[in-house]
Design a protein around this ligand. Structure first.
Ligand code: NAG
Ligand code: NAG
Ligand code: NAG
Ligand code: NAG
Ligand code: NAG
Length: 704
């Protein structure tokens, strides 16, 4: 018993494996008995049992029965119990025998984990076959090593500080501030090293403020989150042995080395506290080293951490950086807002908003943006007008623009100057409460050049350039007619110019020339009609009914007015035709040269007075008596001319203007319509009375 055996197994499982024989492991308990028990034991016996329990336990032996021949001093038969060489007991007899030495019920405790039993018997036995021998149980009992007395060999206590008993063994432990040495028995002052990751803390050398009794080599690492820096604040009580050398004091044998990344390590020693060390790093390593000689009481320090500082962010022109702080630390945010009228710009891109954070490396996450002035873009263009800057430029914030029309051909509708300011929302905002979008309306009836003296058409004069800019020359299938510009898309003329024998001229057959004073001018280019509108009441099948002799032509493209093409004003609703008022009649019609009537290539004009309806009517009645085909005068007509004749409008002038002038503006009082002969004594020219058609004109222009 109590031995282990190893056999070599050559099997497929493994080449060599060591197995413990079953039962070879020391048992925690067992039974031992004399041979042949419970029958009497044989004589002449010398048998030995080596009992054992596992290491770290004591073996306890308890006899359940012992019956061995009794003799004084167990001289003949005896069961001897030994621990090593030491006899713990020699037993014989039985429970009630007077002789012998019976163990009774008391168990026998071995000082160790083994026990040897020897049964010795002699050959003579007076009560042969009477004694049955013994039966005993043994078991392992845990040793409380800790309560064992200190060994006498002077090796000191089992554990230098705290002993903890365990089943079959024991453990040593140390008081706070100490740690177990590698011998697992003795305790030394602890370095309490390791990693310090709290934002603040206290560190001191082992045993501080006393000198440790042995060499120490301790490492302390302070390592906090990046974005924080560690500051060491050594207390005044600082003492590390320094050696005086020729070069001065030297940290030769004892030192505290402070290592900050990317810096030369510092070796500290001496009697003066280094005080505050600002590391600007989030990790610091402290290595404290002493040897067994010398006396260093050590050191202690408080460490604290501070957030990394970022540089002052600076200012943004035309913007604000918030918040304003004395210093900007890790995780601080700043925001930039631009002043009103400015926008955030970064790398050429506009940004909605801007913020940047102070990073753990002490740098701002983004550089500051810029504030650029906003602009409202080009103001809406104005047809026949433009924009002038009253202040500012490039459509920038706070620029003020004013619209103007191309004078003198156009004027602003309403006549009020409206200016627009570029606002912070990047819109042009009117300075007026009444938000009107400016419109340029053509100036009518105001030629840039005036005729000095009026003459006549028949017996009239050539009109200088730009004096009658509304004059239009119509050519319908080779026939000439006149007309006048009344709006940028509208020409007014006589119905009979466009309708013959009940047939209207087609849009395509009408050619319209404007801005001419000479038909032979090189720049002759007609514009086209989009639609023709003959007054519905014009019904002149036989050339005898000139009532409602009015028509409008809509142009395909609007005209841009200039000094050579301008509209004539339409009559005011309350316009009156005062007898004797001089009107300006113009046209490219028949003129008289050397008493021969020829079609003129020049624009001619004549000044003729308005004639009272009565005398005109009389002259027509008179004419009807001598001629067959004389049309009738209606209230939609008026007459103009001079009784003595010689001045008139004639064929070819038809549709042309009879212009009256009020307050410096020419208005279209009449359309050249018909007459009995041209320029004869006692006859007058007859004109369509435009004032009677204002509603029709208005309606036609609006509906088309
Ligand atoms: C360093 O510690 C001392 C006390 O030991 C204290 O008075 C001093 O204010 C501390 N210095 C800093 C910068 O914390
Ligand atoms: C409009 O503005 C123009 C240019 O600034 C100025 O000449 C004109 O007199 C102004 N007209 C009115 C009605 O204020
Ligand atoms: C002229 O053109 C307009 C529009 O296209 C059309 O309605 C009209 O009938 C045309 N008139 C003539 C006479 O061709
Ligand atoms: C006026 O406008 C017409 C048509 O656009 C053009 O032919 C003419 O040359 C212009 N006249 C002047 C004086 O600008
Ligand atoms: C023509 O119509 C406009 C708008 O409907 C109106 O303001 C104007 O007075 C009218 N003109 C005439 C002469 O009826």
């Amino acid at each position: 018993m109590g031995w282990t055996s190893c056999i070599i197994w050559f099997l497929y499982v493994s080449v060599s494996e060591c197995w413990r024989l079953p039962g070879s492991e020391p048992l925690m308990h067992g039974e031992v008995k004399s041979p042949e028990y419970p029958r009497p034991y044989p004589p002449n016996l010398q048998q030995q049992w080596d009992l054992s329990v596992p290491e770290g336990y004591q073996l306890r032996l308890t006899f359940t029965h012992l019956d061995i021949e009794a003799s004084a001093g167990c001289h003949y038969d005896a069961l001897t119990v030994l621990y090593d060489e030491k006899v713990l007991g020699k037993f014989c007899g039985h429970e009630n025998s007077a002789d012998g030495h019976h163990p009774g019920n008391q168990p026998i405790l071995s000082p160790g984990n083994r026990l040897t039993l020897i049964l010795q018997t002699d050959d003579s036995n007076p009560e042969r076959h009477q004694n049955v021998g013994f039966l005993a149980q043994y078991q392992a009992k845990d040793i409380d090593e800790c309560s064992a007395p200190e060994p006498e060999d002077g090796s000191g206590p089992l554990c230098s500080q705290i002993c903890l008993n365990t089943l079959g063994s024991y453990l040593c432990s140390c008081h706070h501030g100490f740690e177990l040495r590698s011998d697992q028995r003795s305790c030394v002052l602890s370095c309490r090293g390791g990693i310090f990751d709290e934002p603040e803390g206290y560190l001191s050398s082992p045993g501080y403020p006393n000198a440790p009794t042995h060499a120490v080599s301790c490492q302390y690492i302070i390592s906090v989150e990046s974005g924080f820096t560690v500051s060491l604040n050594f207390t005044d009580n600082f003492n590390i042995e320094s050696v005086d050398t020729q070069q001065g004091p030297n940290c030769l044998h004892h030192w505290l080395q402070v290592t900050i990344p990317d810096r030369e390590p510092m070796k500290l020693c001496g009697g003066k506290s280094p005080g505050l060390i600002v590391t600007n790093s989030n990790t610091v390593t402290l290595d404290y080293h002493t040897d067994n000689d010398g006396m260093s009481n050590g050191w202690s320090l408080d460490y604290s951490t501070h957030r990394v500082k970022c540089p002052y962010p600076g200012n943004v022109a035309k913007g604000r950086v918030t918040p304003v702080l004395a210093e900007y630390l890790y995780r601080d945010y700043i925001f930039v807002r631009c002043d009103q009228g400015y926008k955030l710009m970064m790398d050429g891109q506009e940004m909605e908003s801007f913020s940047t954070m102070c990073q753990s490396n002490g740098q701002w996450h983004l550089p500051l943006p810029e504030c650029h002035i906003i602009d409202c873009g080009e103001p809406k263009p104005l047809l026949n007008g433009g924009v002038t800057f009253l202040s500012g430029f490039q459509n920038q914030y706070r620029s003020v623009v004013q619209y103007h029309c191309n004078e003198p051909f156009y004027s602003l509708l309403g006549g009020v100057n409206v200016s627009f300011t570029c606002e912070a929302d990047r819109r042009w905002r009117s300075n007026s409460d009444i938000v009107v979008s400016p419109t340029c309306i053509p100036v009518c009836g105001q030629p840039t050049k005036l005729i000095r003296a009026y003459q006549r058409v028949i017996g009239g004069s050539k009109a200088p350039d730009n004096t009658i800019p509304w004059q239009t020359l119509l050519s319908i299938d080779g026939q000439r007619g006149g007309g006048m510009v009344i709006a940028d898309r509208w020409i007014m003329t006589a119905a009979h110019v466009l309708k013959h024998n009940g047939i209207s001229a087609s849009n395509e057959s009408v050619r319209i020339y404007m801005g001419l004073t000479d038909v032979k001018a090189p720049s002759l280019s007609p514009v086209s009609a989009a639609s023709i509108h003959i007054h519905p009441g014009y019904n002149n099948l036989h050339g005898l009914d000139y009532n409602n002799d009015i028509a409008l032509i809509k142009l395909q493209d609007p005209i841009t007015f200039n000094s050579s093409i301008m509209p004539i004003c339409l009559p005011a609703e309350d316009a009156t035709y005062v007898t004797g008022m001089m009107g300006l009649v113009s046209g490219f019609g028949i003129t008289e040269i050397d008493n021969r009537r020829i079609l003129s290539n020049q624009l001619n004009y004549v000044q003729l007075p308005v004639v009272e309806q009565g005398p005109c009517s009389d002259s027509i009645t008179l004419a009807k008596k001598t001629r067959d085909s004389v049309p009738s005068l209606t209230n939609n007509m008026f007459c103009a001319g001079v009784p003595e004749g010689g001045k008139d409008s004639c064929q070819g002038d038809s549709g042309g203007p009879f212009a009256l002038r009020d307050d410096g503006r020419f208005w279209a009082a009449g359309i050249v319509s018909w007459g009995v002969d041209c320029g004869h004594r006692g006859t007058y020219g007859v004109y369509t009375k435009v004032t009677n058609y204002l509603d029709w004109i208005n309606k036609t222009m609006q509906e088309n």
